[in-house]
Design a protein around this ligand. Structure first.
Ligand code: SAM
Length: 275
């Protein structure tokens, strides 16, 4: 049997950042508990589980899939390989939506919600908003539903289906948001940074990465209320192409915003065009 202190000391050489998180996860405690109880001994099953997780981490599997948790905005969210791991860059989409000058009690739509990160963050920040979030994946929506229940996001409806086809015909929205798949098929980045473990249908969108953005932007005017806003996340090198799609669809006040790393990340526009 091994103690917490022995395992942490061993991990110092191997995996100094991840090992304490994995050890705390296996014990069902938080990291500070480990430092308060260094002499605690793991039983055989816990030790085996910990060593297996450490090995999977060494093979490149994302930490969030090993612990089943990821922080986004002010929320701890459940994640599994059925959903994209929410990224810190995506918080820009939430910030920009909250900064818009919008009326109260509006109808909001998020397309491709995955774990529910964006929709739940907005639902908690704006309890007066009525939010609908969709995904093509039933397995992703199961996770989003559990996250919505965990955070008591009662102003959020989750619907399964292909982009706008999921929606009831008779409803239009003041605000539509999406972080859709936007990586080019065959992009070498897909082989790096844990992406091989993430769901391909959450990542790739045709040979130029714009296949889903074309649908989401092109069909948005039919689903927006007058003076409604569309906000989409995209790749760092897709800003110009995405602004062109907004312009072709007839949006006004089209602009691209940068993430904290200074990279083009979100494009937004208002519909209909203003004179
Ligand atoms: C990049 S992930 C974003 C997940 C989440 N919104 C986030 O920001 O962490 C894109 C999501 O779009 C969903 N998706 C892909 N194709 C779709 C389609 N045709 N209709 C609806 N959702 C789709 C995927 O299942 C995935 O959950």
């Amino acid at each position: 049997m091994s103690t917490v202190a022995e395992l942490l000391s061993e991990a110092r050489q191997l995996s100094p950042e991840d090992a304490p998180l994995l050890l705390a996860h296996v014990l069902g405690k938080d990291r500070s508990w480990l430092f308060a109880w260094p002499e605690h001994r793991l039983d055989d099953a816990q030790l085996k589980h910990y060593r297996q997780l450490l090995e999977r981490r060494r093979q490149g599997e994302p930490l969030a899939y090993l612990t089943g948790e990821k922080a986004f905005w002010s929320l701890d969210l459940e994640v599994s390989p059925a959903v994209l791991i929410p990224r810190p860059e995506t918080e820009l989409l939430v910030e920009l939506a909250l900064d818009l000058d919008l009326p109260e009690a509006i109808q909001v739509l998020e397309l491709g919600t995955g774990s529910g990160a964006i929709a739940i963050a907005l639902a908690k920040e704006r309890p007066d908003w009525k939010i609908t979030a969709t995904d093509a994946s039933a397995a992703a929506l199961d996770i989003a539903r559990r996250n919505a229940a965990r955070h008591q996001a009662s102003n959020l409806d989750l619907i399964q289906g292909h982009w706008y086809q999921a929606l009831p015909d008779d409803r239009n929205y003041q605000l539509i948001l999406s972080n859709p798949p936007y990586v080019r098929t065959g992009d070498p980045h897909l082989l790096q940074d844990g992406l091989p473990w993430e769901p391909p249908q959450a990542l790739t969108a045709g040979s130029d990465g714009l296949a889903d953005l074309r649908i989401i932007i092109g069909e948005a005017p039919a689903h927006l209320l007058p003076d409604g806003w569309l906000l989409v996340e995209h790749g760092y090198d897709q800003g110009k192409a995405v602004r062109d799609l907004f312009d072709s669809a007839g949006f006004s006040r089209v602009a691209t915003r940068q993430d904290l790393g200074g990279q083009d990340r979100v494009t937004l526009g208002c519909y209909p065009p203003r004179p």
